[in-house]
Each structure stands twice: as C-alpha cells, then as structure tokens.
Write a protein that binds this ligand. Structure first.
Ligand SMILES: [Zn+2]
Ligand SMILES: [Zn+2]
Length: 752
C-alpha cells in the first residue's frame, strides 16, 4: 500500500478537473478524496504501488483539454486505509489565490446537443458544460462556485441538479449549468421596451432580414447586429453609431462561410476555430458579397465564428453573415447591462434581444491576426483574459495602470502578470469608471493588494492621474516606450518602439525611438528627427498638417508652390496661421513620432487628409502599398549626433518628385514602406557596432502594420539580427501595462 498527497495548481477549476480525477481514480482502483481549495486541486490518494504510480502519471497526460497545470507537487505519506474515493466539498482558506478561466466557445458535445431534436436542451441558447461557456464575465467573487456567479438567482431543476452532482457527468459542478426549465431565457423587445411575442430568435432574424438593427446581449456585452450584405442596413448602423469609417467585425456561420468572403490560411483557420474565438483580420476576397460599408477603404475584414449557443442559433437561419460590432456609441465602453443598454443604444437599435443572465464584467471581443504563421494579438480581451502571462521570475504585488488609448491595467503576484481585459480609451467618465471597477475586481479575484503602483509619465493621462491619487503607496513613473519594449522582451536588447505618441523624458512627444533597454533602464540611442506638430492633437486628427510640416522641412518657403495635389487642396490661409504658431512656439509640440510620418505621407499621396479613427491614415497607406516594389528612397542618418537622428527630408523630396512624375500612390507607398524598413535595419546596424547587441525587439502601434513588420523582420534577419515581436500581448498601447509592471518591479528591487 502507498499513499500520496498531490497538490495541483494552474487552471484546474471549473473545467471538469474533479470529475476527471474521480474517473481516473476509479480506473486505477484509487481510494481517498479530491477537493478544490483556493490554491488549486488537492488529492489524497492511496492504493497498491503500481496503480498509484499509473494514476499519478496519467493526471497530466490525460487532463481535460482546458486544464493548464502550473505546478504538480507530490508527497508520499503513511497509508490511512481509505475505503472509497470521494469528491469533498470546497475548502475556503485564508489565502485565496486561484487562476480563473476565460470565457470559452461552445464545445462540440454541447453543439450536437443544441441541434439534436431528442435532447431536452434542443435549441436552448444557454447550454454549456465544464468544457465551455461563460466564466470570467459571470464570476463575482471566488472561489468559483455557483452562488458567487450571476447564475445564483437561477435554482437548478432536479435534472440539472443531478448532472451537477454526478461526478461522472460532463456537467459535474458546471457552475452555469442550466436548461429551458430552470435557466436564463431570451426576451425580444422593440424600441419602446415592449416585448415582441413569438420565438425571440426567429423574430430577431425576421427583423434582421428586413434590414433592421438588433442589439444582442452576448457573453461579455452587447453587440449591434445587422445583415452584413445589406448596404443600407450597414450604412444606417454607421450613421446611428457615429462611426464613420472604422471597420465593423462580422460573424460568419462557419469556416466554410468565412472562406467565401476571405482568404483563410491554415493558421488563420486554427485561430478562428480556437476556444478563444477572437476576431481574426483576414484578406477580403473581391468576390465577397459583404457590403462595402462594413469595412470601407480596407482590403481586410475582421471575422469571427459563433462562440455562444445563441450565436450558433442566430447564424443557423437564413443569414449566414452578420455585422457584430460592439454595442456602444462612438468611443464609450461596450454596454453590458440590460437597462443601461436599452438607455444608451435606444437611438441605434430597432430591437433588443435581451437575456436575464447578468454579465458581471464587461469584456470586448479580442482582435488578432496571423504573422509568420503565429497569432499576433491586437486586442487581448474575451477568451484570453484573465489568464495570466507567466514570467520566468517572481514579482511582488504591483498595479500598473497602463496608457490612455486601448488601456489595459496589469496586476502581478508571484510569477503571474494578470493583464486586464480591454478597457478602451480613457477619455470619458464611463471608461474611467470601468477602469476603476476593473482594478477592484481583479484585486479581489486574485487577492492582490498592490505594494507599488506603476504609471505612464504623461501627466494628462487619466490612468496617470488615477495612479498618483492613490494614497500611501510608492509610485514609479515608467517612460512609455521603455514600457513598450519591456512588454515584449526578456533581456538586454535593441528596442525599436514606433508609435503615434508617448511622453518623452525631455517633455517632447516621442514615437520613433531606438533604445538600448533592459528590464529596469533604457538609453535613447536614436530617434526620428523631431518636427513640430502644429495644433497639438489637431495634427493627429488632420494628417495634412504633418504633410505640410514635412514639406516645409524639405522645401522651405517653396513648399506651398509645389505642383502637387496636396498644395492645391489645402487652405493656404489656415496653413499660414499654423506656420506662425510654429514660429512662435504656440501649441506646436515637438515630436519624433513615426506615426506622424506615416500620416504625413498618407496625406501627401492624397489618401487621407483627416482621420475619423486612430491610425486610419497609416492603415490606408499600408492597404494600397504595392508589395512588389524593390526601390527605396534616400534618407540621412546622422551617426555623429547623440542620440543619433534619422532625417527623412531626402525621402520627402523623392516622394514629391515621384508624384510630379505621375507615379501611382500604390508604388510610392510600397517604396516608402521599404525605406522605413531599411532605415530601421540601418540604425540597428549602427547601434550594433557600438553596443554589440544582436537582439532587436519591435514594439509600438506602428508595428500593427504587417507589411512593415514583415519587411523589417526579414531585413533584420538577413543582417544577422534576432528580431523579436509580440505574440501574447498587443504591440499597441494595450500591452504597456505589462511593461510598466515589470519595470516597476525591477526598480522597486533596486530601492529595497
Ligand atoms: Zn460544452
Ligand atoms: Zn434545469
């Protein structure tokens, strides 16, 4: 006889781990018990030697698909003479800390039950089991038990209760377990709040088919849905939502349908079908029947597949593709509560498909794409959060408050960095409230009481102001681009951080930065030559201003006389006023931003003079670029300056010359992308000759540009560099809270 005490941590709760252990114990004639506590799963097992060994070996080998075992400790003890194997009640101990699963796409066994006429859950929109369904969005507190989720008000019927209590059942301790008799239900209302009689799904589909807009409550919030092939419906959704050009995501019935509208590689198919079910950016096919208003001026389309039973039912009808965009007005956070959604979305939606299972935490859809056959995350939210990033070293308890746009925050403990769901742009009260509530919720879920707060150096960021207002706690300011690089890296490297704006150490706006960085410190070794931004943030909204700035740098007084379309289009008087403002240093901050250079070129090529969403000018510049171009423009690298500077004046002259010669915007954009890639490689070579560093980390929002990313990666590799980029967190500002947390941790060690 042998007895072993086994402690397993990781994602081992709420995913069918105990029934699995129970079944495995039966197969190996094990006696004893299993229970959940706040640290994980705890097993006391005893049996004959060989059986016990096989049992122990099979736990990690045969664990349920969603389990993520982080640690596995065994201690051998004196046998106690157990006579049977049982599942014991969850323990509540002092130190609560357990990993929590993200929300998961409907599993195949649940799907076949959903569409089986014989099953009592046939077409039940809330079917789930331990392998699938809502988690993060319904959990109010831990440990993860039904009474601490928003399923608490629903009392299980005897059938559901039996499944829930049967260790051999797929729904054993499935906290959201429900059926038509006892669980949540749908309700369709019109714009006046009156219930629409009849089957809510069928009726919703009727209205969608007529071109109406329906607000649909999903897992992490409301979507606004309409028929993706109906140009009028999509256009009216745009105008009602005050969203001019920013693309909408669509949901396709299945992979086959997605392939009718987009090219789908094997890696993209895998990502589309994964349990996370993110939106995947795919190349749109010319033959697609999806309305052009879904993603104007784009050759890509954000596509996702159904991830909740309700989605499967909605897309099983006559409409095979629906627009499914976040249920919000303009840049506000996504609506997630029934009354609030009805109130906020009443001017957009004609109908509301509600249900009465509350969402406790809002969570937007994640956005991804594939780069070099691996996932490249642009927005890390539903399906990924709150699964932590595992670090190779332990951290203290730190709160990192993130940036301003695409905000996420990050809380750390031990080897884990818990990056929050996508909070959004911290520009209005609703988003700020959501940020503050999110922080409190994560602190509670993971039992983290921060000892250090990390924040961005930008004094105007609401996240910075929030951090500085927390009393009695050490605060560490972290430079924006240092946080970018650290969010992607592991050791001393050359960091290339290219983005729109980040507050620099000299008070100017950085964004074309080349640094030597480690987890604690950085040195700015090179940057794009700085230029003024006339009108400050207005220069971000109106790229023509940056185009004129760069033209003036290259041609002086003659800039306005140039025979190109831009100078004919612009309001010369307005430009004269801006020029005066630059001369007198009025609201014209200096910037070394790469994002602004992309904006300038976009406007020079008559692609976009004014933007309607962040990054639009650069996105459209990438879109039209001819990938087959081999030529490049000239530029000047001033290696004897410290930091070194990159002067793009020659390139601007070259672009104007090409425009004069009638070269197409697509060719010029191709040449521009190659030039930027070339200058990045050249600067890295100049840095390598002094610093002897071979690893290059690429981060910052500009690297969402896949053409640039792939040109730079290839160029660096052929020069013998080791390029690194993001796979777990976004390259844009959604990733910097992780960088802040790590830097603050390293600096707080130094202080201690
Ligand atoms: Zn399931
Ligand atoms: Zn039931």
């Amino acid at each position: 006889m042998k007895r072993a005490e086994i402690k397993i941590t990781g994602i081992v709760q709420g995913i069918g781990f105990r029934p699995f252990i129970y079944g495995l114990a039966g197969a190996h004639s094990i006696r004893g018990w299993v229970l959940n506590n706040e640290k994980g799963v705890f097993i006391d097992a005893e049996s004959e030697d060989g059986d016990l060994e096989a049992f122990v070996k099979n736990i990690p080998k045969l664990a349920p698909p969603l389990a993520r075992i982080e640690s596995f400790d065994i201690k051998y003890l004196e046998p106690l003479g157990y006579t049977l194997f049982e599942i014991r009640k969850s323990e509540e101990t002092q130190e609560k800390f357990v990993l929590i699963s993200p929300d998961l796409a409907t599993c195949n066994p649940c799907l076949s039950e959903l569409f089986s006429r014989e099953n009592f859950r046939h077409r039940y929109p809330f079917i789930n089991c331990t392998h699938c369904g809502p988690r993060f969005t319904i959990i109010q507190d831990i440990p993860y038990d039904r009474h601490k989720t928003t399923m608490d008000p629903f009392t299980m019927c005897p059938v559901c209760r039996n499944e829930y209590e049967d260790p051999k059942d797929r729904r054993f301790h499935a906290q959201p377990n429900a059926c038509p008799a006892c669980g949540p239900a749908l309700r369709l209302e019109n714009g006046n709040g009156q219930e629409v009689p009849g089957d809510p799904i069928k009726k919703s589909l009727d209205h969608l088919a007529e071109g109406r807009i329906v607000a649909i409550k999903g897992l992490g919030g409301f979507h606004l849905a309409c028929d993706a092939r109906n140009q009028d419906a999509v256009s009216s959704l745009r105008s009602r939502k005050y969203r001019e050009d920013k693309p909408f995501a669509v949901m396709c019935r299945n992979l086959e349908e997605a392939k009718k509208h987009c090219d789908v590689s094997e890696a993209e198919a895998k990502l589309l079908l994964g349990v996370e079910r993110p939106i995947v950016l795919l190349r749109k096919r010319d033959s697609s029947s999806i309305a052009s208003a879904v993603a104007p001026y784009q050759d890509t389309l954000g596509v996702m597949l159904p991830y909740s039973p309700l989605h499967h039912l909605l897309l099983d009808g006559p409409l095979k593709v629906l627009v499914m965009t976040s249920g919000n007005v303009s840049d506000e956070p996504i609506s997630y509560k029934n009354e609030e959604a009805f109130h906020r979305l009443s001017k957009i939606a004609d109908y509301f498909l509600f249900h009465n299972r509350e969402i406790h935490m809002r969570c937007d859809d994640s956005v991804t794409r594939i780069f070099e056959r691996k996932p490249y995350i642009l927005r890390r939210s539903r399906g990924y959060v709150p699964f932590p990033i595992k670090l190779s070293f332990p951290l203290g308890m730190i709160l990192a408050c993130g940036g301003e746009l695409k905000n996420t925050f990050c809380l750390t403990r031990e080897n884990y960095a818990f990056i929050s769901h996508h909070i959004g742009d911290l520009e209005n009260l609703e988003t700020l409230t959501s940020f503050e509530e999110g922080i409190e919720h994560f602190k509670k879920l993971f039992y983290i009481e921060p000892k250090v707060v990390a924040y961005d150096l930008h004094p105007d960021y609401l996240s910075t102001q929030y951090a500085l207002s927390i009393p009695d706690i050490p605060k560490i300011g972290v430079q924006h681009h240092h946080a970018h690089i650290v969010s992607a890296m592991v050791e001393n490297v050359i960091g290339v951080a290219l983005d729109g704006t980040g507050f620099g150490l000299d008070g100017t706006l950085w964004g074309g930065e080349f640094v030597r960085a480690n987890l604690r410190d950085f040195d700015r070794l090179a940057h794009l030559r700085r230029v003024p931004m006339p009108g400050g943030s207005m220069a971000i909204k109106e790229p023509w201003r940056m185009a004129m700035v760069y033209l003036s740098e290259a041609f002086g007084e003659e800039a306005t006389q140039l025979s190109i379309d831009l100078t004919k289009r612009i309001d010369i008087q307005k430009w004269e006023i801006l020029k005066k403002a630059i001369e007198n240093k009025i609201n014209s901050p200096w910037t070394s931003s790469m994002g602004r250079l992309f904006d300038a070129v976009s406007s020079l090529l008559s692609i976009r003079d004014e933007v309607r969403y962040e990054g639009q000018a650069a996105i459209e510049l990438e879109k039209i670029a001819d990938h087959g171009i081999r030529e490049e423009y000239l530029f000047t690298l001033r290696k004897n300056e410290s930091p070194m500077t990159i002067d793009p004046t020659e390139m601007i002259r070259g672009i104007v010359q090409d425009l004069g010669a009638g070269m197409s915007a697509s060719t010029i954009s191709g040449k521009f992308h190659r030039t930027v890639a070339r200058l990045i490689v050249d600067i890295c070579e100049a840095i390598r000759s002094k610093e002897r560093l071979n690893r290059v980390v690429l981060s910052g929002g500009v690297f969402q540009n896949i053409l640039l990313l792939s040109l730079v990666t290839k160029g660096l590799r052929s020069s013998g560099f080791d390029p690194y980029t993001h796979h777990l967190v976004p390259a844009n500002d959604g990733g910097i809270s992780l960088g802040q947390a790590v830097i603050a941790h390293m600096r707080s060690l130094q202080c201690a």
